[in-house]
Design a protein around this ligand. Structure first.
Ligand code: URA
Length: 208
């Protein structure tokens, strides 16, 4: 992994010391994010869990092991991507993040997206999907279907923890990673292709 550039290191230091919401009182460590600051792909999960809170690193528990496996299945290593979460501190008992916590953390995630500037954001789970595609997006309807949001490709995927709970979700998640592989190799579905720039009209061939 490349070392973090100054602006991202400063941002992560701010996150590590953040007191903007009450979660700072119960956390062991904030979990800003980890990976290649120049990654083409940024994974955004929900919130740190028990192990992440202890280590200060994202996706290092069981869901993280599955994420590593899925990455490897398409020839990627976590050092080649950037991984973070919608909220940077563990909610007690791993409860769902509250709207106020998501809002308090929003500027941190926005700044990470701005600084890392990934080609593709992969959302893991409904909280991350809602953050990028709006609250009415439905994961069962759009899982694995990339779309453009703010001129960036967003690929909504199930959360790996869901696949740990239900085997049938594992195959879906695997398919979603194959979509990511195709996107990375430059294969874009027609709805994401940019129109060719307007040029001069084709010349008419005239024989007389
Ligand atoms: N689940 C998440 O959403 N993020 C983590 O970092 C770990 C588990």
């Amino acid at each position: 992994m490349s070392t973090l550039p100054d602006d991202l290191r400063l941002l992560h230091r701010l996150i590590a010391n953040c007191t903007l919401c009450p979660l700072h009182k119960s956390r062991t460590m904030a979990v800003p994010g980890h990976g290649d600051p120049e990654a083409r792909v940024m994974f955004v999960g929900e919130a740190p869990g028990f192990h992440e809170d202890r280590q200060g690193l994202p996706f290092v528990g069981a869901a993280g092991h599955l994420l590593d496996e899925l990455l490897q299945s398409i020839g990627l290593d976590r050092s080649e991507v950037f991984i973070t979460n919608v909220i940077k501190c563990r909610p007690p008992g791993n409860r769902d993040p509250l709207p106020a916590e998501i809002e308090a953390c929003a500027p941190y995630l926005d700044k990470q997206v701005e600084l890392i500037n990934p080609e593709i954001i992969v959302t893991l789970g409904r909280f991350s999907m809602a953050r990028f595609l709006g609250p009415s997006a439905s994961i069962t309807r759009i899982h694995g279907q990339p779309r453009l949001a703010d001129e960036r490709i967003v690929l909504p995927l199930l959360h790996p923890a869901a696949a740990l709970r239900q085997e049938r979700f594992r195959a879906q998640l695997q398919e979603g990673f194959l979509v990511l592989k195709r996107l990375l190799s430059g294969e874009l579905p027609p709805e994401l292709r940019k129109e060719p720039p307007p040029g001069p009209p084709p010349q008419q061939l005239s024989l007389f």
